[in-house]
Design a protein around this ligand. Structure first.
Ligand code: GDP
Ligand code: IMO
Ligand code: MG
Length: 427
């Protein structure tokens, strides 16, 4: 039996979707445990590109049960849009299940997210404007609508009436926005309810029974450690815990059942939205990385900010997640540089730190301490064994392993399922 976890170790978009899809072919179940449709996971199979937002990337393996877990915030309208689109592309989506305990991301959450970003002005977070923060805020404020509420229509109607009145007061009085009409919102949910009801399950029971029966279960993280609500660059973070600990909370699984914790690290750094970024390159090198790496947001289409690899960031993720393995992605994008600087410390005043400080103004002050690596010129996208990689590339990979103190299980050299060099088999 094995509980597998895939988590991001930087600011998201490391290629988690690709690795989940790769492992997904061996899985009985793939489970999302946090976040919502702020995620954008790109999977390329046989030349077909699929972007998943709410659905687990295991969906492309028709034998795996895909579970949207209790810790996820679910916009059911987006969910059905995504399913319809995938089905039109020829993928089977009959194996999707939604936890009864998951929270519903309501139309007012998305609207409040947009209003709050406008209201914040220059202090905005740069969210995906999908309502993620406002939905989690309501959850913790105990005024959330849950998926299971849809099972009892009278309960749903009554709860919505009370909560919507409260939300409308917030929208009108705080942001001078347009209130929602109760009957209209109710009608929207009444329309999708028959389709959602058969998909609702007790996910905690289902996932634990699968693990106890010796099945392979993969927990798919969205976002990443630096966007974690507790350990990221707060407040420039998302509103959930995209860590291995988040699996236990968000899927109802004991830490004892997690066998492999696989972190994904891009060979350089990217970030979407606002917030400090010590190794950011606001020059032609940053532009080159963005172009060659096709670094544009899979959810919002925004250009991703690019920079050199920041190892204090990755190491912190290794520690917090207790990673057993690290997969390095997009190293093919680093071909063609004379030197590759890698950040090994943050110099703040006279002190060099190898951890990320809590205070944003400290991170903003930090000067990256770089160790320079000689680059390589060869195109490595067709390499399939470690020995085929240029020595300079292997030195780069081995330094990451040494600095972070975690074994590298895989090096990814292209977006396709086949473009991998496996160093330590995961299955
Ligand atoms: P996720 O959010 O972590 O799943 O990552 P995204 O899908 O948002 O972004 C990663 C992008 O890089 C996607 O377009 C992938 O198809 C692509 N990708 C993943 N691994 C590799 C790789 O090793 N090389 C290249 N060139 N592209 C990759
Ligand atoms: P995947 O799963 C990259 C960022 C947003 C913003 C911050 C808060 O594809 O790696 P939110 O809408 O969550 O309240 O926005 O988090 N963000 C991501 N950045 N990849 C993601 O997901 C992200 N999900 C959220 O850009 O800075
Ligand atoms: Mg992404």
């Amino acid at each position: 039996m094995a509980g597998y976890v895939v988590v991001g170790s930087q600011w998201g978009d490391e290629g988690k979707g690709k690795i989940v899809d790769l492992l997904g072919t061996h899985m009985d179940m793939v489970v999302r445990f946090q976040g919502g449709n702020n995620a954008g996971h790109t999977v390329v199979v046989n030349g077909k590109t699929v972007i998943l937002h709410l659905l687990p990337s295991g969906i492309l393996n028709k034998d795996a049960l895909c579970v949207i877990g209790p810790g996820v915030v679910v916009n059911p309208f987006v969910l059905f849009e995504e399913i319809d689109k995938l089905q039109a592309q020829g993928f089977d989506c009959s194996n999707v299940r939604v936890s009864d305990r998951a929270h519903l991301l309501m139309p007012y959450h998305k609207y409040i997210d947009e209003l709050e970003e406008i209201d914040a002005g220059a202090g905005k977070i740069g969210t995906t404007k999908n309502g993620i923060g406002p939905c989690y805020a309501d959850k913790y404020n105990r005024i959330g609508m849950r998926v299971c509420d849809l099972k009892d229509w009278d309960v749903f109607k009554e709860k919505l009436k009370v909560i919507l009145a409260k939300k409308n007061r917030q929208i009108v009085n705080l942001y001078n926005g347009t209130p929602f009409d109760y009957e209209e919102v109710l009608a929207q949910f009444e329309a999708i309810r028959p389709r959602l009801l058969p998909m609702i399950i007790d996910a905690v029971d289902k996932v634990n029974k699968a693990l106890d029966a010796g099945k392979n279960v993969l927990f798919e993280g969205a976002q990443a450690n630096m966007l974690d609500i507790n350990y990221g660059t707060y407040p420039y973070v998302t509103s959930s815990s995209p860590t291995a600990a988040g699996v236990c909370e968000g899927a109802g699984v004991s830490p004892k059942k997690l066998d492999r914790i696989i972190g994904i690290a891009k060979a350089y750094s990217t970030r979407v939205g606002e917030g400090p970024f010590v190794t950011e390159l606001n020059d032609e090198i940053g532009e080159k990385l963005r172009k060659s790496g096709n670094e544009y947001g899979a959810t919002t289409g925004r250009p991703r900010r690019c920079g050199w690899l920041d190892l204090p960031v990755v190491k912190q993720a290794v520690t917090i997640n207790g990673m057993t393995d690290l997969a390095i992605t997009k190293i093919d994008i680093l071909s063609g540089y004379d030197t590759l600087p890698v950040c090994v410390g943050y110099k703040i005043g006279d002190t060099v730190y190898d951890t990320v400080p809590a205070l944003i103004s400290d991170i903003e002050k930090a000067v990256p301490v770089y160790k320079e690596f000689p680059g390589w010129k060869e195109d490595i996208s067709e390499c399939r064994t470690y020995e085929e990689l240029p020595k300079e590339c292997r030195d780069y990979v081995e330094f990451i392993q040494e600095y972070c103190g975690v074994r590298i299980c895989l090096v990814s050299v292209g977006p396709d399922r086949k473009s991998n060099i496996v160093l330590n088999p995961l299955i």
